[in-house]
Every structure is written in structure tokens, then in C-alpha cells.
Design a protein around this ligand. Structure first.
Ligand SMILES: [Zn+2]
Length: 350
């Protein structure tokens, strides 16, 4: 399997985020990617590394607003200039609905962080913007390699993750929605036909849902813990709007979900809604924060379950682009990600 990776991800390294009223070490750390790389490398030629190719800003603009991109690009510099903590940008003024003057005013240098961010985990540090752009190039290059070289799959080992980022909002460790940008690129530039985004991160992908909520291509399917972060999203009755009605499928699962229930839920949605949709390409938002030891997620999946997840996804028999999202248990993250990818490959008879 081709794996696209850029070392630029390490430029994004805020020391802290804010949780339960305390500053805590930033869990979405560069070590996550190092561990995954080491695990992939232990399988020798099964995984073949490739460098990303620059795709410019155009594919990002097809998903995120011009104002948001401009804010994100300059946010850190403006923040520090205004006396903000150089660890990273934290919103001080929260542009909740009633307070943002109907969403018309972004509030200037110190108001913008609360206007373009929905929590205190979307911390913009000095290298965050360049790392986020590099992550987009990683995922677009992986899409190119898969389609142009007629590969059954490719893995975008990108960081920061993306599925919580909305058109004009960062949060949940996410800034640019890598999976959504790749999906739009696959549909519009690579002309692949129908895409299904299968989001198996522990958390609901509010960003991806919101970006495609009124569209019938892609089909968005999310399995996630509920009730949990991102708190206000991910119910079954959020099923799309207008042309997108019926093309947003949420599968909320209770906290404490174990291997058998998870695999049953995944198989069910794969064999019903996804098979009916009959996509040409699958984009997997691959989070492994569903792991039993993960300190962020609240499922109880074992490392063996990830092999089975790869198997079930491969049973669709479609070209599949894996895009890295969450997963915070450093000792096991490499094994768990590798198990999904190898489980997928083995089912394809490699
Ligand atoms: Zn997650």
C-alpha cells in the first residue's frame, strides 16, 4: 500500500489545550505519527512511502471559506503581536450565536479566535498553518496515487486531523478538513463518480457532515460514541437536507461499546446503506480513538478488532483512501492503524 507522509506535521506542536477547566498536555501530538510510521516500517515493503506534491490552495478553497483561510493563515502572528501567549491562539471572546451580532462581525484581532473556533482544542501555534497545508497535500497526493496508478488503496498519514473542521470553523484538533477536501477533489478533479465517506473515528465528524449536508455525493456515514464530543452533533435524525436528504447516516453507539457490537454495527451499515449507494470510491476517516486504552474515546475495542474493521471495509471491494484522524494511545496507535490497513489488504488477497 502506498503511504503518503510529510515531516512538516511536526511544526504543529502546541504544548497545551484546555480540558475540564485545566490546561492539559496537547494530546494530538507529533509522537502519534512517529509511532504509526515505525509500525508501518516494521512490515518492510508492504507499505511504500511517498512524499506529498504541492496542490496549491485551490482544493482547500473548494471546502473552506476565503475569510476563514485568511484568518487561519495570519492568526498566530496577529495573536502574538497583540500580546497573546506564544504557546498558541486561544479564544477569549466566544462568538456564540447571540453574541456574534448574527454572525456578521468577526470581531477584529482578538474577536476572531472565538469567531472561527468552536472549542479550546483548535489551538493555532506557530507552525500550525504550514502543517495543515502539508496535511492537505498529503491527502491529495494519496488520492492521486490511488486513482492514477489504479491502486486498490492508499493511506494519507496526515496530521493535524480534519473531520471536526467545518467550512469556517476549527476545533477538536482540526483546521482543514482533509477527508472532505480529498473527497471534493476526487469528485470534481479526478472524476471518480460516487464517493462514500466512512468515518470510523470515535467522535462524530461534525465538520464533514456540515460540509456535505445538502449534497447527495458523497454519502457520509459516521459510527461514533454518543453522547460525547462534539456534543451537539451525530444523532440519527440528522440525515441531510434538500438534495442531501438521506445521504447523511449517523450511527451513534453507546459508550463502552466492545468488539462484537462495533463489528455488527459496521457490517450492518456496510451491507445495507453503503452497498445500496454503490460508491465508486470509499474515503475512510480513520480514527483509532475507539481503542480500549484510549484516554480520549470511550469505546473498548481491542487491537484485533482493527484487523476485522479492515476486513469489513475491504468486503465492499472498492478503491479506498484511508485518511488519518484521531487516536491518542501512543503505545498502541501504530499497531491499531497498521491492523486496519493490513486487514484491508489481506481481504483483497494481497
Ligand atoms: Zn476522535
Amino acid at each position: 500500500m502506498k503511504v503518503v507522509y510529510s515531516p512538516v506535521h511536526a511544526r504543529h506542536n502546541p504544548p497545551v489545550s484546555f480540558s475540564l477547566g485545566r490546561f492539559v498536555p496537547f494530546k494530538e501530538s507529533p509522537q502519534r505519527v512517529d509511532q504509526i510510521l515505525a509500525s508501518l516500517a516494521s512490515f518492510g515493503s508492504e507499505f511504500e512511502l511517498a512524499d506529498p506534491v504541492d496542490h496549491g490552495m485551490e482544493p482547500i478553497k473548494r471546502v473552506h471559506t476565503k475569510d476563514y483561510i485568511a484568518y487561519f493563515q495570519n492568526a498566530y502572528e496577529k495573536w502574538v503581536k497583540r500580546g497573546g501567549n506564544p504557546d498558541g491562539v486561544f479564544p477569549e471572546y466566544l462568538a456564540v450565536r447571540q453574541f456574534a451580532n448574527g454572525g456578521k462581525k468577526s470581531g477584529g484581532d482578538l474577536g476572531e479566535p472565538g469567531f472561527y473556533c468552536f472549542d479550546l482544542e483548535g489551538v493555532i501555534a506557530e507552525g500550525t498553518f504550514v502543517a495543515a497545508v502539508a496535511a492537505v497535500n498529503v491527502v491529495l497526493t494519496a488520492a492521486d496515487l490511488m486513482v492514477d496508478l489504479h491502486q486498490t488503496s492508499a493511506f494519507a498519514l496526515c496530521r493535524p486531523p480534519g473531520h471536526h473542521a467545518q467550512e469556517d470553523l476549527c476545533g477538536g484538533y482540526c483546521f482543514f478538513n482533509n477527508a472532505s477536501i480529498a473527497t471534493r477533489y476526487l469528485i470534481e478533479q479526478k472524476k471518480v463518480g460516487k464517493v462514500c465517506i466512512l468515518d470510523i473515528d470515535y467522535h462524530h465528524g461534525n465538520g464533514t457532515q456540515s460540509i456535505f449536508y445538502k449534497e447527495s455525493n458523497p454519502l457520509y456515514v459516521s459510527l461514533h460514541g454518543s453522547p460525547d464530543y462534539p456534543m451537539y452533533w451525530g444523532d440519527v435524525d440528522e440525515d441531510g437536507e434538500g438534495e442531501g436528504k438521506g445521504f447523511n447516516v449517523n450511527v451513534p453507539l453507546p459508550l463502552g461499546t466492545r468488539d462484537p457490537e462495533y463489528i455488527h454495527a459496521l457490517k450492518t451499515v456496510v451491507e445495507t446503506r453503503i452497498s445500496e449507494y454503490d460508491p465508486d470510491v470509499i474515503v475512510v476517516s480513520l480514527g483509532v480513538d475507539t481503542f480500549i486504552e484510549d484516554t480520549v474515546g470511550n469505546f473498548l475495542l481491542t487491537s484485533d478488532c482493527y484487523t476485522e474493521i479492515g476486513n469489513v471495509i475491504a468486503s465492499l471491494g472498492k478503491q479506498t483512501l484511508f485518511v488519518m484522524e484521531g487516536g491518542y494511545d501512543i503505545p498502541a496507535i501504530g499497531t491499531n492503524v497498521t491492523n486496519v490497513l493490513r486487514g484491508f489488504d489481506h481481504r483483497f488477497g494481497k
